[in-house]
Write a protein that binds this ligand. Sequence first.
Ligand SMILES: C[S@@+](CC[C@H](N)C(=O)[O-])C[C@H]1O[C@@H](n2cnc3c(N)ncnc32)[C@H](O)[C@@H]1O
Length: 328
Amino acid sequence: MSRARTALRVAPPLETSGPFAADVIAGLTAKPKRLPPKYFYDAAGSALFERITHLDEYYPTRSELALLTEHASAIAAQFPPGCALVEFGSGSSRKARSLLGATASVQAYVPVDICGEFLLQDAAQLPRDFPHLAIYPVATDFTQLAELPAEIASLPRAGFFPGSTIGNFEPHEAARFLRHAGSLLGAGAVFAVGVDLAKAPDILYRAYNDAEGVTAKFNLNLLARINRELGADFDPAAFEHHAFYNAQRSRIEMHLASTRRQKVRICGATIEFRAGETIHTENSYKYTIESFRALAHGSGWSPVAVWSDGLFSVHALRRSDAEQTADE
Ligand SMILES: C[S@@+](CC[C@H](N)C(=O)[O-])C[C@H]1O[C@@H](n2cnc3c(N)ncnc32)[C@H](O)[C@@H]1O
């Protein structure tokens, strides 16, 4: 008799109400249709994003990692001694490792990410490499995070927001997030933020239209996720990945374009698509060093240093305490 054990896989219950369903219905009944990019990151989407970061065409990760590696000591020297490092949208924590390896002054690490599965898997690897670091992962939407773990209450804080995730916000939302991060991190905090720079449109185009089609899979996974979690009947093969640079707004736009006229059922609603109609799934705003510094300055942070290779930039910001106290 075989001694092999069979794992029983139980499908998670379908979510037909709740924030994901509400955001999907609101976005797909809006004109033009849109979906919030934070929903890209289920376990499958997070794994696809990791693959994107290794693509030849996707220069942002290569550039930012090189900047973080080369300037790790200078960046970490900005952090308050004995601090807790709070990373927003930590993903694989690969970039935090560069900073953590360059300084002994970080006592605790708080990775915050919306993808709990990915977060816990990566956080579990860290103690082996950083045995003296206290690690407090937080699985949540960082725009909704009301407070940091009680365990770091007595520590000074540094923030880390790499990956140009800040570029996924509309500029007014980016300003709101910077203020929110300032309130969470507290007086005297330092914030290291990775920001992709405006550049030749062909370089940008290639970064979001890779030859292997991984970015297309990442974009289309959103429809597969809606099918899996909300019981919708999207045919992902009837949608195409479109990504292009909107020079007027200095942003890459990602869309999913319906290849034909079709209807999709989601949570009891019927959503109609014209042939060629798109769902706008992501913006990725590109800044200049000066335009990002102006945004930070207007959002309660003083720019103190910047490192750049001309393609990407890493900014060190210090909380302008006089400006922020009125907000808290
Ligand atoms: C562009 S990826 C960057 C990942 C990683 N920091 C890097 O630099 O390679 C965005 C990351 O932020 C997370 N994320 C996106 N929106 C989020 C939100 N609203 N709240 C929390 N995490 C979010 C995603 O799960 C993903 O790990």
